[in-house]
Design a protein around this ligand. Sequence first.
Ligand SMILES: [Zn+2]
Length: 398
Amino acid sequence: MRAMTVTRREFLSTTAFLPLAARMAAGQRNSYDVIIQGGRVIDPSLRLDAIRDVAIANGRIAAVEPSIAAAASRVFDARGKLVVPGLIDIHTHTARTPDGPRMNLEDGVTGWIDAGSQGADKIADPIAIARSAPQQARVLINIGRAGILPDGDTMDLSRADVAAARSAIAANRDIIVGVKARLSREVAGANDVEVLRRSQEVASAFGLPVMIHMGQTMSPIPALFDLLKRGDIVTHMFAPPPNAIIDDDGRILPAVMAARRRGVFFDVGNGQTRHMRWDTIAAVMKTGFWPDTFSTDWGPNSRETGVIDLPNCMSKLLGYGMSVADAIACATVNASKVFPVFNDRGTLNVGAPADVAILELREGKFEFLDNYKGTITGKQRFFPVATVIGGALTQRKA
Ligand SMILES: [Zn+2]
């Protein structure tokens, strides 16, 4: 059936070879703002993987055709490169640094969520950075009112202050799109279940999701996951035991399966410490319980760590059976479904906002790091080359 669909699309796209007048009648124009020429366009939202030109006008995708013969203010030669929808990173700490949005943009990231860098006390800081970012950027409020603390956000339970979080959200409905609860034993201690309960109390008042940071919790998975509702997000899904999503016999826990059936999203959340280990990844991937989304858990030092950038994180599961198109889907169309702000993104469909990532898929030998100094060698790695956001092109500095 899929082959039939492609055949039909190929047939329809022959309009590109019609005379100019007929092309214009078919929706093509004389000139565009940008044409990205000759790249391998992979857009899982359209099941498209083919050499195409992409034309942009007025900040929107105007045409995706085998050949677009029209003038443009800027032509980008993408031959030998991948052209994909702008990448969406749903777990970052981009708003911890004024330079964050620009650095993410160079990585191909056209939308990001700052996941709980700050709580109610200093929520104005990440909000200011999100507002001034070139990308679609939003913030999750940390249930701990003092934000991320080295000695644990909610080790002192009084910091999980429902009233403070609610009033911060009420004052910033346009930018705060959910609640972040970090539940590991060194963050929440034995308070994990109560911290999550309070997070839901805050979020439910506004119909917002909760993102939980799982892994090495004091409480077992069912005690936490049973409190998750449709639309909530589990980040760090590959966290090794204790309290991984998989048991010692390599089976995904029933409470985890039930959460996915309810519509809970599962996110990678690469990070730097205790969030992913190759043996756990191998065991989880083998079950077929694959992530909905990739995310970096990005910080200003990410380029000097095993994270590097989102395209690098997207490359890590290619050796575990994930296809190039599936990896791109996780960072585009799948991520676009998690938060409403991204619902019209993650696609190169004609008419969509012109957010595009131009990547290189290099073949060779690449070393990838987990959070335990473990390395694997992969044969392919995505590298960021250039980013288009709202029709404007930014090139990655070498
Ligand atoms: Zn994080």
